[in-house]
Write a protein that binds this ligand. Structure first.
Ligand code: FES
Ligand SMILES: [Fe+2]
Length: 398
């Protein structure tokens, strides 16, 4: 259980909030690069409670700047993208990708006024077809080269989920809640006569959690021991990558899940899936993987479908409330992964508020060639993977 104050400290993401300051120290995905095209070189988006405009100027540089013009606050999204920046639709002030004001058409020449005005701007980098931004203080850490983004022995796919109407922490606490797979997933599938969750339909005998504190990444490793009638099996892996990612096997694929807070009550979720090639051979794939947008996870009547992992998880997270009031929860022994993750959050928020550098930032390019995670699959999961006829997202699409 958390006090109301501490719950607010963990869940609020705006500028100058404690969790918002921590989250701003990491790179976050803001969408597939292919969403920005020469025909539509701009996109409006909200990240960490800030209203922003993403654009690509005619020189091919990405900019992510505050949406509201510093002159009279009109939306720059409706502006014109030019060779070297974006021009406000109201009075024509122009800003480059760094937020520098380049022109103020109706101000006296040489007044020096444009040097006094600048717009909020954040760096944008593309990796594996995804655009990422960093909204914290300079110097920015390196954009981590997670192995799934840079491996060449398989195929990548980007999957964008419908926006989740809940606070980011609800999705993240689920990532250190390994018992939920039994009822929320396996049992729900079974109850509907569907295959897909059998692997998780086994009693869990033992749960272990291990805190990882670098050097390349920080987070929580989970280990669960299943106790079937005649076999025991321990499976380790599926790390929660601090502060807002999950790395998990999913059928034959390896998947990174990012949960980017849009604001306190909405979360943008995107996955990078990677299917290793059969013999580990190099796969020919384009620099930008295909992108799939998962359709709605609710029925036309507005109920959760409950027929896919994603809709089951969405139900669990959204029905906790837009911002789950953790002063009303009752945590048990099986919830200690959540307690451990909150301990890290509490500690790392304090580090940032005290002016320090939080865990899991990479600054050495040598160490950033490919950041790899060990995932140990138990025998049963190997079998399960072999019999898995279509990947999770293929099922979703079907
Ligand atoms: S409001 Fe943008 S130029 Fe005036
Ligand atoms: Fe789940």
């Amino acid at each position: 259980m958390l006090s109301r104050e501490e719950n607010a400290m963990f869940t609020r993401v705006g500028p100058d909030t404690p969790a918002g300051s921590l989250l701003r120290r990491y790179w976050h995905p803001i969408g597939p690069a292919e969403e920005i095209t020469p025909e539509k070189p701009k996109k409006r988006l909200k990240i960490l409670g800030e209203e922003l405009v993403l654009f690509r100027d005619a020189q091919g540089r990405y900019g992510l700047i505050g949406e509201h013009c510093p002159h009279r606050a009109t939306s720059l999204y409706y502006g014109t993208v030019e060779d070297d920046g974006i021009r406000c639709p109201y009075h024509g002030w122009k800003f480059d990708v760094h937020g520098k004001c380049l022109e103020q058409p109706f101000e006296p020449a040489g007044s020096g006024f444009k040097e006094k005005v600048c717009q909020t701007a954040y760096p944008v980098q593309e990796m594996a077809g995804l655009l990422f931004t960093y909204m914290g203080p300079n110097p920015a850490p390196l954009l981590p080269r997670w192995d799934l983004l840079v491996r060449e022995d398989g195929f990548r796919k980007i999957v964008v989920l419908p926006v989740h109407n809940c606070n980011w922490l609800q999705a993240m606490e689920n990532s250190v809640d390994p018992t939920h797979t039994y009822f929320l997933h396996a049992h729900q599938f079974k109850a509907r006569g569907m295959a897909g969750g059998d692997y998780y339909y086994r009693p869990i005998e033992k749960l272990e959690f291990e805190e990882v504190r670098g050097p390349l990444w920080a987070g929580v490793l989970k280990k669960r021991t299943y106790a079937d009638a005649n076999e025991k099996e321990t499976e380790a892996g599926h790390p929660l990558i601090f502060p807002n990612m999950l790395y998990a096997p999913q059928g034959p694929d390896l998947v990174i899940h990012w949960r980017t807070p849009i604001d306190d009550t909405h979360t943008y979720i995107v996955w990078m899936t990677f299917r290793p090639s059969a013999q580990g051979e190099r796969a020919e794939q384009s620099e930008r993987p295909p992108v799939e947008y998962l359709p709605q996870l609710t029925t036309p009547e507005g109920e959760y479908q409950m027929t896919s992992f994603a809709s089951q998880d969405m139900m669990a997270w959204e029905t906790q409330g837009a911002v789950f009031d953790r002063s009303r929860e009752n945590l048990g022994a099986a919830d200690r992964g959540i307690t451990l993750y909150r301990k890290m959050l509490r500690e790392q928020i304090k580090v940032v508020l005290d002016g320090g550098e939080p865990l899991g930032l990479i600054r050495d390019p040598e160490k950033n060639r490919s950041v790899h995670f060990e995932v140990s699959r138990g025998q049963a999961r190997e079998e399960y993977t072999k019999t898995w006829s279509a990947s999770y997202h293929d099922r979703q699409a079907g």
